[in-house]
Design a protein around this ligand. Structure first.
Ligand code: F6P
Length: 339
């Protein structure tokens, strides 16, 4: 049995960290609060001070900083959204904006920063760390699950459950009225949320940006499959699909198939809210602790990821540049379920 020699924290604190900051950036995602909580408590356990930056990069530029204590992050693990607020920030894309942000970090004596967000947020962190002496470690949090190097992004599983619950409800009324529903889900330019929710909800057709073959499936279903089933159907459409989304394709179908009773539901921002699932809370907590440990170990410009349930470190320049792969074999499985 190996004994792990756990060095006293002070010895592991290679960069002599005293104070770290944490903030959320980009679209919010359920589980962000669990990550904030984990970063804060892990840092305090290592005798570090913690600053919360509010409103994403804009808050860094404005110096909108608050101290975070263990009690400040009490009772938030179950809450959707982010207590630190979030947003996208054009000003941070300018050198002047990053300079102003850096001044505030230095004035606040912040040694390192944990950024909780998507690949756009990591790009900003990478750019700033190339210009200034600031260490960033990223935690992937977006309902899109479109980041290279990690199986999970925080919020994805909760959003997936939200979509499936909504589609199950739409299925009831589709069946009662013999209607075909085009249901649009988020995902930005990625189709994973559409693909997984389509499989889980038993959708008849799934339209995603990563595959154009599905449009033949749709034609087959509208001309034949629809009539063979109990004359109703659910078509999941990823918002980034080449058709331009559920509204556009439904209008086209109404013209080409006037005999069909067609409706559209665009799920929208309901997918971004809700209490995070247990899995998202666990992943967020593990990633939060791992992010603090990485900073303690003098790591920087890396994202904490989960691959086969194991914590990994992915350089920002890979996480932001490479694409998250999608398992298109799931489309074959979906076809099998609906032949
Ligand atoms: O990136 C998360 C996401 O929800 C995308 O799926 C979606 O396209 C986008 O954010 C919506 O952005 P906003 O909240 O600014 O409307």
């Amino acid at each position: 049995m190996t004994t792990n020699t756990i060095l006293p924290d002070v010895l592991q604190n290679k960069r002599k960290l005293n104070k770290i900051a944490v903030f959320t950036s980009g679209g919010d995602a359920p589980g962000m609060n669990a990550a904030i909580r984990a970063v804060t408590r892990a840092a305090i356990s290592k005798k570090l001070k913690v600053t919360g930056i509010r409103h994403g990069y804009q808050g860094m530029i404005d110096g909108d900083f608050i101290p975070l204590t263990a009690s400040d992050v009490s009772g938030i693990i179950q809450s959707g959204g982010t207590i630190l607020k979030t947003g996208r920030c054009e000003a941070f894309k300018t050198p002047e904006g990053r300079q102003q942000a850096y001044q505030h970090l230095k004035r606040a004596e912040i040694d390192a920063v944990v950024v909780i967000g998507g690949d756009g947020s990591f790009s900003g962190a990478m750019e700033m760390s190339q210009e200034f002496d600031v260490s960033f470690v990223g935690i992937p949090a977006t309902i899109d699950n479109d980041i290279y190097g990690t199986d999970y992004t925080i919020g994805y599983e909760t959003a997936l459950n939200t979509v499936v619950d909504a589609v199950d409800k739409i299925r009831d009324t589709a069946r009662s009225h013999g209607r075909i529903f085009f249901v649009e889900v988020m995902g930005h330019e990625a189709g994973l949320l559409a693909l997984d929710s389509g499989i889980a909800s038993g959708a008849e057709v799934i339209l995603i940006p990563e595959s154009t073959e599905q449009h033949e499936e749709l034609e087959w279903f509208l001309n034949k499959g629809y009539k063979q089933k109990e004359s109703s159907g659910i078509i999941i459409v990823a918002e980034g699909d080449e058709t331009g989304g559920a509204m556009k394709i439904a209008e086209k179908v109404k013209v080409e198939h006037p005999d069909l009773d067609v409706r559209v539901t665009i799920l929208g921002h309901i997918q971004r809210g809700g209490s995070p699932s247990a899995k998202d809370r666990i992943n967020a907590t593990r990633m939060g602790v791992a992010a603090v440990e990485a900073l303690f170990d003098d790591q920087k410009s890396i994202m904490i990821g989960l691959v086969n349930e194991k914590i990994v470190q992915v350089p920002f320049n890979k996480a932001v540049k490479l694409n998250h792969s999608i398992d298109l074999s799931l489309l074959e499985i979906q076809r099998l379920m609906n032949f």
